[in-house]
Design a protein around this ligand. Sequence first.
Ligand code: TRP
Length: 344
Amino acid sequence: MKNKISDLNIQNLNSKKRIFSAIQPSGSVTLGNYLGSLKNWQEMQENYDCIFAIADLHTLTIRQDPKLFNENILKTYTLFMACGINPEKSLFFIQSHVAAHSQLAWILNCYAFVGELSRMTQFKDKSKKYSENINAGLFTYPCLMAADILLYDTNFVPIGKDQKQHVEMTRDIAQRFNNLYGKTFVLPESIIPEIGSKIMSLKNPDKKMSKSDLNPESYIAILDEPKIIINKIQHAVTDSNSEIKYHKGELTGINNLITIYSCLTNKTLFEIEKEFEGKGYGHFKKIVSEIIISELEPIQKRFKDFNKNYDLIKSYYNKNSEAASLIAQEVLARVYEKIGLLAI
Ligand code: TRP
């Protein structure tokens, strides 16, 4: 009997769909990143074959201070592990450690058109923002991202809304390549979590919560201490109203706090409104900070423990990049063969 069940599990494992995603190493994770991406990734590890990467090569498109960049890559890897990304369950590696990403990116450069690259809104936005450094990497950024995704025969790509256009371009390049050479790449689909873009700044609830916000009061970082969290939530903007009521379609401070509370408790908006009927903002904010603190406490503890054990972290990212390379090499070899490069 037992054997049959385990057989079934093995079958399930083989038929699992593959997920790939990556995040740039900023060295910090906000509550918005956690609720919008990492918490979902952590849950996906149960039902999908997951591959996650730290996209350090993409970060090079904006000028970095080498020392800080180096620290941020390691810190981001460690923070993600603390948030539950498990390198024994998923593949979790550093993009620049798997050479196939750069190799395939070059090849895809030759299949992407200047016209379509110039239409990317991120390129247009970043060329405005960093007008003194509009480098070629910024322009061909989507080709590297396409390489990341296509190297693993990815079915689904969980991303924020802002990356949707890049995944569409990945599909276009993959389709173009398949049309020319026969089926080579799996066409990926993006998954955009509803809640992902919904955690807003605590100071400007019509803007996304972001660690690049100049005002640190506007976001909660995953490593913020309890008293800082209490303070930030206490000073979060609310409405002139005083009810704990969710106003659909509006970007208000109270909606944002209710969303955060809902994500952390899995309670529905209706349940939350009932729970706080007749209560004021002060009371609600106190409960919201408590729940954030208790969610972050084990993460902070894990981060401290991992941080003391650099050798362990290093052995994880090394082992995982070796394993990722094996998969990626196979797909790259497929591409070499199709386009006529000599096999390595
Ligand atoms: N460009 C993405 C971002 O800035 C990060 C990224 C790089 C990515 N490669 C990827 C996301 C592949 C999904 C799939 O958010």
